[in-house]
Design a binder for this molecule. Structure first.
Ligand SMILES: NC(=O)c1ccc[n+]([C@@H]2O[C@H](COP(=O)([O-])OP(=O)(O)OC[C@H]3O[C@@H](n4cnc5c(N)ncnc54)[C@H](OP(=O)(O)O)[C@@H]3O)[C@@H](O)[C@H]2O)c1
Length: 239
């Protein structure tokens, strides 16, 4: 029987590496959800163009995100994320305050709720993996939207695990520091607006960033060996 992965933010960075890794397994159908195409040409990849900051669009797409049928396993990886406008809250454009919460928290909540409703009770093994961040637990000046939305997602993951049936496992996983566009955004912000700017420059210059492929392999290892990882909250730097 087939397995399905529904993956947000598959067009670049960590999400693209996750998509490519799962497509290597012929058992998997992958549904990728981003605004842009990944450029991956594969007959087991379906791409849905959706702006996760647009809650009306997300709500109207909810019924079409999840494949129909009986599957051996279904996975949802809420990976899409936006670092936001990096500056003190009072300087952030109000529309971007809303956008960061929508992309990082509200849309993953809407998608996860619909995923649980869709596959509930059919004895299919279900896994929900929210891509979290060390910044869910560590406040940083200039990143109020990102840190708070990731904190909300991490808390929701733990509640979801309490509510889940016995066929469902939930993870909130921090992927470490990964060499993607998000790290470029952190380095490209001025120290006046983002006091930790130099620390992120140093991460790149010292070679501390891991590749998206290395982080994707760790996440896949965790999901493939879920029994070894009973806790909801995980950090790939610890295994
Ligand atoms: N890189 C790190 O060091 C690091 C550390 C901790 C946690 N994370 C987390 O890892 C995940 C992946 O991040 P990344 O580093 O790979 O970042 P990235 O290279 O910036 O990629 C972000 C992905 O999210 C999608 N996305 C952003 N805004 C969207 C929107 N409005 N609608 C739909 N999709 C949207 C993008 O697709 P489109 O632009 O095509 O829409 C893209 O595929 C995120 O949840 C991030 O918070 C990353």
């Amino acid at each position: 029987m087939k397995k399905v992965l529904i993956l947000t933010g598959h067009s670049q960075g960590l999400g693209k590496a996750i998509a490519e890794l799962y497509l290597e397994n012929p058992d998997f159908e992958v549904v990728g959800i981003s605004r842009r195409s990944s450029g991956i040409d594969h007959d087991r990849l379906s791409e849905i163009s959706l702006d996760l900051s647009d809650l009306t669009a997300v709500q109207s797409h909810l019924d079409s995100l999840f494949p129909e049928g009986r599957f051996e396993e279904v996975f949802l990886i809420n990976n899409a994320g936006w670092i936001g406008e990096i500056k003190p809250l009072e300087m952030v454009d109000p529309s971007n305050i809303i956008k960061a919460q929508n992309v990082n928290f509200t849309s993953p909540s809407l998608i996860t709720g619909a995923f649980v409703r869709k596959y509930k009770g059919n004895q299919t093994k279900k896994t929900i993996c929210n891509i979290s961040s060390g910044l869910a637990y560590r406040p940083e000046s200039g990143l109020s939207g990102y840190c708070s939305s990731k904190a909300a997602l991490a808390m929701q993951s733990e509640i979801l695990a309490m509510e889940a049936d016995e066929d469902t496992q939930v993870f909130s996983v921090a992927p470490g520091v990964v060499d993607t566009g998000m790290q470029d955004d952190l380095r490209d912000t001025s120290p006046e607006q983002f006091p930790k700017h130099q620390a992120f420059v140093n991460l790149k210059e010292s070679g501390a960033l891991v590749t998206p492929v290395a982080a994707a392999k760790k996440i896949k290892y965790m999901l493939d060996n879920a029994a070894e990882f009973p806790d909801v909250v995980q950090d790939i730097r610890k295994f």
